[in-house]
Design a binder for this molecule. Structure first.
Ligand code: CA
Length: 233
């Protein structure tokens, strides 16, 4: 298999170097670009497997880079992990809604970033078979065909909206979904609805999931995610 190639678009050389060093240790190939323009032109030469994209860049900023990548057919499915500073929740939400896969807030652990990169790249691979956990049935099992949810083997009654929210979060466990993304998943596109409505559904859903309710985590200012460890295959 070819070496995984990661493009880092980051104007702070120390951060870019630190990431590159950690990717190298993890057996991946890192390429750095110090501006959005440089990053976009690097991609014209070699298409990376994933982009680590700082949002605050000189010239065109990270959100604009993200928008352009998602606009072009050739780069639309290229995974993106955003790097942001604390307090940039609105930009994180905008980036996620534009199609970025994940984000990290500075200062971050480079090892955590490597783990997140692996998780994003693994996303499309089939989930490993988890025999032991399935047998014990401790956790949340979602049966999409039967529209049924089992918590530790016991069926719980969910409304259609709650079911759709849970299923949507479970499609990418451990990854944040914004309120608008959740509204679209539950009600379809072009539905105007307040994010507060989603908060209310989430509260009801958590109650029904009983002691597993805490597995739906609030990410302040951004949205919600579900804990990876609680879902049964
Ligand atoms: Ca920056």
């Amino acid at each position: 298999m070819a070496t995984t190639h990661i493009l880092i678009i980051e104007d702070e050389p120390e951060i870019a170097e630190l990431i590159a060093l950690n990717l190298d240790t993890a057996g991946m190939r890192a390429e750095a670009a110090a501006s959005g323009e440089a990053g976009l032109s690097a991609m014209e030469t070699t298409m990376p497997d994933l982009v680590v994209l700082d949002l605050m860049l000189p010239g065109i900023d990270g959100l604009e880079v993200c928008r352009r990548l998602k606009y072009e057919a050739a780069t639309r499915s290229l995974p993106i992990i955003m790097l942001t500073a604390r307090g940039e929740e609105a930009d994180i939400v905008a980036g996620l809604e534009m199609g970025a896969d994940d984000y990290m807030v500075k200062p971050f652990s480079p090892r955590e970033l490597v783990a997140r990169i692996r998780a994003v790249l693994r996303r499309d691979e089939p989930a490993p078979h988890e025999d032991a956990r399935s047998r014990k049935a401790e956790g949340i099992r979602i049966d999409a065909d039967r529209h049924e949810v089992l918590v530790d083997g016991v069926a719980v009654e969910l409304t259609l909206t709650e079911f759709q929210i849970l299923r949507y979060l479970a499609q990418r466990p451990g990854f944040v979904r914004t309120r608008d993304q959740i509204i679209e998943a539950a009600h379809g596109p072009h539905v105007i609805m307040s994010g507060r409505t989603i908060d209310v559904h989430i509260t009801a859903l958590r109650k029904k999931l009983a002691h597993r309710g805490g597995s739906i985590e609030t990410v302040r200012g951004v949205g919600y995610r579900i804990d990876t460890s609680v879902l049964l295959a």
